[in-house]
Design a protein around this ligand. Structure first.
Ligand code: PBG
Length: 328
């Protein structure tokens, strides 16, 4: 092996063309999934905790779908802000085939059929207590009862035109039940992206504002979402979801869990996605706002890190900005 001075690793870094030639990882607009919030309102509703992100009515959401298509973003992830009057203890609005989510899916699929639509399967935007499932008298989220409702929810989303259903609730056994129900209903090509390793994280705060569940949430989600201390358990979660029929798996949040992404990719060699969540977005925006970092540099560097760790793609609120920067 050659040594300094014959060997100089700075040689290949000395010019832009050479750095491009030697890049081991690339990020392109095709690696991005854009999470979007839907409202019953008709006006754009800015979300204070997520500067630069808004909730959109149906016209606005269709406009965002066109924008995504024009930017080369292949897929959108939708989250509804359900009006308070439709939130109940059991979150039943989740299974209404005409709920806000289903109307948004249909509007997008009618106008921009070539874009992928990913839908969140969980009850938190529909429950009066903000939990992802049905709670008992003691406040415990019931697993099997919740899974049954989630399966119905996934079916109405698929019937409305969802291309990927993404259970984000962390109940045991729900991927298998949803897969079976999708097959029975003839939705053979509807994919399941399992939020397989989803941690009970402090980084979801702004999202809960966006879907209107922050003030409602009683307690925390630690009896169903994972303990941030655990990595081996993440591999077990991924393994189970894959055995139940998940087409791809997600790790969430993103950057604090790059080690999990790498371990999952090494262990299973399946498509892995990361969710760069609302708190991560807010941190970058806060850094940019005080001049602690350059927004564009931070966005592209963090997205590249997910690819380097082994991700097939990333859900990020910065998707349109990144796509614009990468397309230029
Ligand atoms: C709910 C859900 C959450 C997110 C996606 N789906 C919040 C939670 O689990 O409390 C968070 C996304 C984000 O913070 O951007 N099932």
């Amino acid at each position: 092996m050659s040594q300094y001075p014959a060997l100089r690793l700075r040689r290949t870094r000395a010019s832009a063309w050479s750095r491009r030639l030697h890049a081991e990882t690339v990020i392109t607009p095709a690696d991005l999934i854009w999470p979007l919030f839907v409202t019953e309102g008709t006006d754009e509703e800015p979300i204070a905790a997520l500067p630069g992100v808004s909730r959109w009515g149906l016209n606005g959401i269709v406009a965002r779908a066109r924008e995504a298509r024009d930017l080369g973003i292949p897929c959108l992830a939708l989250f509804p802000n359900t009006p308070a009057g439709l939130r109940t203890e059991d979150g039943r609005e989740a299974t209404n085939p005409d709920n806000l989510m289903c109307r948004a899916i249909r509007a997008i699929k009618d106008a921009v059929p070539e874009i992928g639509v990913l839908t969140d399967v969980a009850l938190d935007p529909y429950t009066s207590h903000g939990h992802d499932g049905i709670v008992d008298a003691a406040g415990y989220v019931l697993n099997d009862e919740t899974s049954a409702v989630l399966t119905e929810q996934a079916l109405v989303q698929a019937a409305a035109g969802a291309d990927i259903v993404a259970p984000s609730d962390m109940m045991d056994g729900r991927v298998g039940q949803i897969r079976e129900a999708l097959e029975e209903a003839g939705h053979r090509n509807v994919q399941i992206m399992a939020y397989a390793a989803k941690y009970a994280s402090g980084f979801y705060g702004p999202f809960r504002d966006a879907v209107g569940s922050r003030g409602l949430l009683k307690g925390d989600k630690k009896t169903y979402q994972m303990d941030p201390a655990n990595a081996e358990e993440a591999l077990r979660e991924v393994s189970l979801d894959l055995s139940e029929g998940a087409d791809s798996v997600m790790v969430k949040p993103g950057l604090p869990y790059l080690d999990i992404i790498l371990r999952v990719k090494n262990a299973f060699e399946v498509p892995v996605f990361a969710y760069q969540v609302s708190g991560e977005y807010a941190m970058i925006e806060a850094a940019a706002a005080v001049g602690a970092g350059d927004r564009e540099v931070l966005v592209l560097e963090t997205l590249l890190a997910f690819k380097r760790a082994g991700c097939s793609g990333v859900l990020s609120y910065h998707a349109p900005l990144a796509a614009r920067l990468l397309g230029a």
